[in-house]
Design a protein around this ligand. Structure first.
Ligand code: COA
Length: 394
């Protein structure tokens, strides 16, 4: 095989995540404008990056219509004021949209075709409620290709509970409390300040500066969570407290070859070593990260104990607790989601992979002993993604 070049994460920014409610941060902001803001912020904080040298802009969204339509990467590049010579494209792998954009960008760099690529994701779930604008092929159900529950993510989480009775609601609620506690600590410690950029948004009450995530509920207790009803099934175990929320957000990262990073005077933080996407049963899509991580570890001769930090998307606590059980890790292991996760901070679908990547980079950059990390997610219609990263500098 041809020798692959290093594809490095150089920098990343995201907007504070908003709640997808009529009074949420971004209720009156276009999704594409949110994406544009992240690109501009990346350029502002990387003055050595010559916009004309950007080889591509890959932007993901799950709903590719309306203010998330028109080939996002290209329209975001033009709207952000990049030279017309910079191309772009849109990408969709539902929750793993940005993660897929990042893998594609890294592979374009690794194989020598490109040097500097912006990769990101945006999802305005307020403007594009989940599943509202799709028309699933009737064959899915008529030919029993999937169970009807496979098309409702909360129901797939209930299905996973059915399969794994050891993953009780009480354990899931404990995991959710931890997510809130860790997110609150990370916010207080300034972790998010490394990559969350402030924005000014138009609201009913006029212009408003937003500089921190809107979704977290610090101080959430087990007692609070135990009182919540289960909206996806009578007597179910999945609640608003132990599931990711419905959110609006945008994030973008800069990937570069080692030479291009050096050329712009940047210090690359981590390189992509490998990636795996797998398919699993759509009815229990939350299991996806398990075979994806097993595969990426096996292919690289590694065990989970060789990984210093995992950024696991918290679509639902059940799927995270199942992951921890599979790898024989305690519920409160600091190896997984040291800064909390989507249950607290929110999950604007295609954007979340960018957030995971930024947090992983921050962890590797600020923990001298940490060398390797994984970003991993479950994906609707039954998939899993895992990307293996290694710190660039010792
Ligand atoms: C679970 C879900 C339906 C809840 O949506 P919602 O009803 O709009 O959520 P809310 O934030 O209004 O919370 C519902 C209630 O729980 C309460 N609540 C939520 N989190 C809480 C917490 N941590 N502590 C205490 N109460 C909490 C809210 O206060 C609210 O109470 P109220 O009804 O008395 O006002 C929604 O978040 C969802 O669908 N999540 C999954 C998203 C998804 O599938 N993503 C893709 C993954 S693959």
């Amino acid at each position: 095989m041809t020798q692959l070049r290093d594809a490095c994460y150089v920098d990343g920014v995201r907007l504070p995540i908003g709640r997808a409610k009529p009074d949420g941060y971004y209720a009156k902001t276009r999704a594409d404008d949110m994406a544009v803001r992240t690109v501009r912020a990346l350029l502002e904080r990387n003055p050595g990056l010559d916009p004309a040298r950007i080889d591509d802009v890959a932007f993901a969204a799950t709903a590719q219509v309306g203010d998330q339509g028109l080939t996002l990467g290209r329209s975001v590049a033009l709207l952000a004021g990049l030279p017309r010579s910079v191309p772009g494209y849109a990408i969709d792998r539902m929750c793993a949209g940005a993660l897929t954009a990042i893998v594609n960008a890294a592979n374009a760099i690794r194989t020598g075709g490109q040097d500097l690529v912006l990769a990101g994701g945006v999802e305005h779930m307020g403007h594009h409620p989940m599943a509202a604008e799709i028309d699933p092929n009737p064959r899915f159900l008529a030919e029993q290709l999937v169970d009807p529950s496979a098309l409702v993510m909360g129901s797939t989480a209930e299905n996973l509970h059915d399969e794994l009775p050891a993953v009780t609601r009480e354990r899931c609620d404990r995991f959710a409390v931890l997510s809130q506690e860790r997110t609150a600590k990370a916010q207080a410690d300034g972790v998010f300040a490394s990559h969350v950029v402030r924005d000014t948004v138009w609201t009913e009450a006029g212009w408003r500066v937003v500089d921190r995530d809107e979704h977290p509920r610090p101080g959430t207790s087990l007692k609070d969570l135990a009182a919540l009803r289960a909206p996806f099934r009578a007597g179910g175990r999945v609640t608003a407290g132990n599931a990711a929320g419905l959110n609006d957000g945008a994030g973008c990262v800069l990937l570069a070859s080692a030479e291009a990073a050096q050329g712009m005077g940047a210090r690359p933080i981590m390189r992509m070593l490998d990636f795996v996407f797998v398919g699993v049963a759509p009815e229990t899509m939350g299991s996806g990260p398990i075979p994806a991580c097993d595969a990426v570890l096996a292919r690289n001769g590694l065990r989970m104990s060789d990984i210093d930090v995992v950024e696991l998307n918290e679509a639902f606590a059940v799927q995270c607790v199942a992951f921890l059980d599979h790898f024989e890790l305690p519920l409160d292991t600091i190896q997984v989601n040291p800064y909390g996760g989507a249950i607290a901070v929110g999950h604007p679908l295609a954007m979340s992979g960018a957030r995971l990547t930024m947090q992983l980079a921050h962890y590797l950059d600020t923990h001298e002993e940490a060398k390797r990390g994984i970003t991993t997610m479950c994906i609707g219609l039954g998939m899993g993604a895992a990307i293996l990263w290694e710190k660039c500098h010792e």
